[in-house]
Design a binder for this molecule. Structure first.
Ligand SMILES: Cc1cc2nc3c(=O)[nH]c(=O)nc-3n(C[C@H](O)[C@H](O)[C@H](O)COP(=O)(O)OP(=O)(O)OC[C@H]3O[C@@H](n4cnc5c(N)ncnc54)[C@H](O)[C@@H]3O)c2cc1C
Length: 462
């Protein structure tokens, strides 16, 4: 079956027998709910299935593979590259029923979960046992572990603690043929054969459907200190980021908002900004009480002469309010323009000031508003080209500005995506970063896993 045709009735009947009719949606409203992700791109599926077990996933894939029906795995649909959008129709496989934390084993410092577990809920459960699962995407209140694994999600604490892949020791997955595999281990180490677990993490649901994940955990830091520092503009804040990262101190978070992002976030939550604030850093240190203090004092000494205002708090409620300001930014930008093209570029951290200056220059050259915020400590700047997609001329200029942003980032030694993946949105641009031979090799890997091309087709590669 090629692409977006409707699935024949007999297949729907068989699928319904696998998951139970109450776990199949084929009505218009049911399908529309699963047609989008956070990019607002749309692709309508023919059926949405909510499997309850790995065996059901296996049977669904086996049937879909036999009949050439596209299958798109889906977590919460919070992805920012169109990964969960069923752009070629077919089946959406939603993991909302496979949402169990199977075990948290404090003695071995590991946890095993199903893909539909909400990331923030997993973190809470782990912390109740004095352990820590650091990856914390801004969407953690609603995104799922399955989506995090498929996108190799990062977050605020990636600077000190790394990203999702750094915590996956092993997983179970179903291949497009329906075969169930185990990749990786449930131990601290393991080197038997190729590391398929690390390959599947970040594969954007194009190689296998992940049905169970084992994570390694670390002890919960005893103390966390939060600092906010306001600067007159992005360049001053960018220099502060480079100064911190060139020092012996490693904050666990080093988040950046430019003046527009700061203003939009502050208006949304009613936060009073200091006079002349044109950029903002949100910084956290953690560890033992002495270590958290030592790091924070060191960072304060680096920033105090150039910041307009610095606040430091250990109070959980005050810190939560500062994080609310940071987290509200992404949505608050819609008060500035109806649409944004949101890219998650990364540059070497020493080049952050150059990148910010360059993005400003591109904005002026193309007559676009470009708003930047993000995880500046690891050089991961979210570049938002504000636009109106109903105005073709404006959209064309915005897209040209995006290409120019990518050219600059690559020239600075960076990458066009740090955490959101290629999906649909970066598909036209991967040739800017990867050579033809590198793309060909990746396509061959895809065809080994998925010879009939049924799993999340049309993503990553043309
Ligand atoms: C406000 C906001 C803030 C965000 N902040 C961050 C951030 O700080 N860091 C970051 O990295 N991302 C961030 N994101 C992006 C997004 O939340 C992440 O990419 C997240 O990992 C997606 O999870 P999800 O459950 O929503 O997955 P979905 O969007 O549903 O799916 C994402 C991809 O995963 C695949 N997939 C889902 N489940 C499975 C499975 N079981 N097996 C195989 N493939 C699967 C899908 O096919 C798709 O390709 C943010 C998004 C928003 C809206």
């Amino acid at each position: 079956m090629a692409g977006t045709e409707t699935i024949p009735g007999d297949i729907i009947e068989k699928l319904s027998a696998i998951v139970g009719p109450e776990n199949v949606a084929t009505d218009e409203a049911g399908l529309l709910t699963y047609a989008y992700d956070a990019t607002r791109l749309k692709g309508t599926p023919s059926a949405v299935l909510r499997p309850g077990s790995e065996e059901e996933v296996s049977k669904i894939l086996s049937l879909a593979n036999e009949r050439g029906v596209p299958v798109v795995p889906r977590g919460a649909g919070s992805g920012l590259s169109g990964g969960a959008v069923p752009s070629r129709g077919g089946i959406v496989l939603s993991f909302e029923r496979m949402n169990r934390i199977i075990s948290i084993d404090a003695a071995d410092r590991i946890a095993t979960v199903q893909p539909g577990v909400v990331t923030g809920e997993f973190q809470k459960a782990v912390e109740e046992k004095g352990l820590f699962y650091p990856p914390d995407p801004g969407s953690l209140a609603f995104c799922t572990i399955g989506g995090n694994v498929a996108e190799n999600a990062g977050g605020m604490r990636a600077l000190k603690y790394g990203v999702t892949r750094d915590y996956v020791t092993g997983l179970r997955a179903v291949l497009p043929s329906g075969e169930i595999i185990r990749a990786g281990v449930k131990t601290a180490k393991g080197v038997v054969g190729y590391d398929l677990a690390r390959l599947i993490v970040g594969s954007e649901g194009t190689l296998a459907v992940v049905t169970e994940i084992t994570f390694t955990l670390i002890p919960l830091p005893e103390k966390v200190i939060t600092m906010t520092a306001f600067f007159s503009g992005p360049r001053q804040a960018g220099k502060a980021v480079s100064a911190i990262m060139a020092s012996p101190f490693t904050p666990r978070c080093l988040e950046f908002l430019d003046g527009e992002a700061l203003g939009a976030g502050a208006r949304k939550i009613g936060y009073a900004l200091p006079e002349g604030a044109g950029a903002f850093l949100l910084i956290e240190t953690d560890g033992s009480p002495d270590e958290a203090d030592r790091q924070m004092n060191g960072i304060h000494a680096l920033l105090k002469d150039n910041a307009l205002r610095i606040n430091i708090t250990q109070d959980k409620a005050a810190s939560a309010e500062l994080w609310r300001l940071r987290r509200s930014t992404s949505q608050a930008l819609f008060s500035i323009a109806p649409h944004k093209i949101n890219e998650d570029t990364v540059v070497p951290v020493s080049r952050v000031p150059d990148a910010l200056e360059g993005f400003g220059e591109i904005a002026s050259r193309f007559g676009q508003k470009i708003i930047c915020f993000g995880h500046a400590g690891d050089g991961n700047i979210h570049v938002n080209v504000m636009t109106d997609k109903s105005d073709p001329e404006r959209l064309k200029m915005a897209e040209e500005a995006v290409s120019e942003v990518f050219r600059l980032v690559l020239a600075l030694g960076g990458t066009i995506s740090g955490e959101h993946g290629v999906g649909l949105t970066k598909l036209p641009y991967i040739g800017m970063e990867l050579s033809a031979a590198e793309i060909e090799l990746q396509k061959k890997i895809k065809s080994v896993f998925d010879p009939n091309g049924i799993l999340n087709p049309g993503k990553i590669f043309r």
